[in-house]
Design a protein around this ligand. Sequence first.
Ligand code: GLN
Length: 596
Amino acid sequence: MKSQDLLNSVSGTSDETEFYTPLPEGYSLGQTKYVVITGTVMSGLGKGIFSSSLAKLLSDKGLKVAPLKLEGYLNIDSGTLNPFRHGEVFVLDDGMECDMDLGTYERMLDMDLTRSNFATSGQIFTRVLEKERHGEYLGRDVQMIPHVTGEVKMRLRELAVQSKSDIVFVEIGGTVGDVENAYYMEAMRELAYEEGPGSVCFVALTYVLEPKTLGEQKSKAAQLGIKRLMEMGIQPHIIACRASNPVTDKVRQKIAQYTNVPLEHVFSMHDCESIYIVPSMLREAGLDFEVIRMLQLDQRINLQRERQAWLEWCDFNDKVNSIKNEVNIGIIGKYTSLRDSYASIIHSLEHSQAHLSTKVNIQWIDTTSINDKNVQNELKDLNGIIVPGGFGARGTEGKIACIKYARENNLPYLGICLGFQMAVIEYARHVCGIKGADSTEVNPHCENAVITILPEQKNIEGLGGNMRLGGKDIELKPDSIAWRLFGQKDSVRMRFRHRLEVEPKFIDTLTEKGLVFSGVAPGQPIMQILELAGHPYFIGTQAHPCLTSRPLRPQPMFVGLVAAARNHAYPDRNFPNAIETVDEIMQQTEKSIVEA
Ligand code: GLN
């Protein structure tokens, strides 16, 4: 169908039409290409990892890519989701609270995303209902097809126009059989029809089972899962088979045969050491050029650019594999039984680990039973600790006991958001002698509330999307540790997600007793970074530095922690101190990025 027909069908100039395909201004059909990634058999297999790795390979070749994650749930964003069930809530610079996969894209593509890269059924339906109230459907009964599906395609195409992308990567959360995904799948089928041949590449991610009792790989679940996709009118072009071990030729053949996908497009994406190896796996299998061929993008690529980008990436991968030292870092939290709730922290440690050739062994410490008496024993094998972000009162006394121990025993410490607030409480109680110092979130009736609700948060009702959110500048105090960590710049930008802050009336007392607030919000008395002089590494921030660590540009606060932990683990090796090490690493990474 021609663009004009589609436009007519929405503007009402054509008489009777079954089409409802609004096109954003400036959109031209068939110009933008799409890669659509769906999952079968089960969710949580790493669609985002596959998709972002493929997107990286294509972006390295000079193509402009933009990811869009489509979630089936009715929540407007991920802000109200329990990280215990859904993994961490990732926060974008513009304040969008979204699925953790957006973090995977940001890290893999080294790119800041925005709210237009994330859609939920809640957002789609809100838009449809708003339009209905404004009479925009011209007397029609509003239906899943074509109106809701039309709105989904609109989101994709708006992103295409806005980002001027060559390729939009659409990842559909969950699996193809989910009821809430049915209209997304239909929208994708329509998209392929409207954009025309050579415009949409469908990738099905599936899972090949290997039951212990049988000792061999079985393809039936994968076959049936993909069959479900085909029943919806979608013929996949590429099948990525997740599995614990490399998928055997026999199994690949069965899947190929059953799904009409050429064998060379059935790809084994088995478990590997690090997700950062996945781009190499895809590249070796030639999937990047396969997609370029399918989508007829040969004329738009720049191989010179790819060579440089690839060298840089391989250099990072070499670092991942060349480990010389080892440290133990404890993550002191509440959701320690589900690693996904701390995904960004784990990634940040991985980035630092590679740049420092120092393996970070993460130990999960549940604080609910820690106190001043047993803390030494609990932390005895650690070379550094992190108290991560969190909400609520559970386990906070244990966290404070850990922070006190770290402060008094020169154990490197990084406090993130709640971990920053807990460090302030610890200092207030034990150094400043402020009795009953606490946070109003933990104890609303405490004697001295050193952590209180931000003034702008006081009158907010409801829970969704209304914390102090997103990227904000932090003014750095000259000559402080933070200032040195961030390359002696006046300010640094980090991302936030909180409701409480250091109560301004206690700032003077805390400062007089030696706590240094080395980062503040410009023009506001909101404390953002704290540090202690005379300690090997004791630093905290109200922000979430883990959200902006990237493989080739590790986040300095994490590099500092791992460097300090290395000194703690090997006191006789005379490594330079943490700040000097960060300086050196940051200069190296800046240099390689400039050279590239
Ligand atoms: N619960 C604290 C607040 O709302 C900390 C939030 C966090 O750690 N993300 O300020």
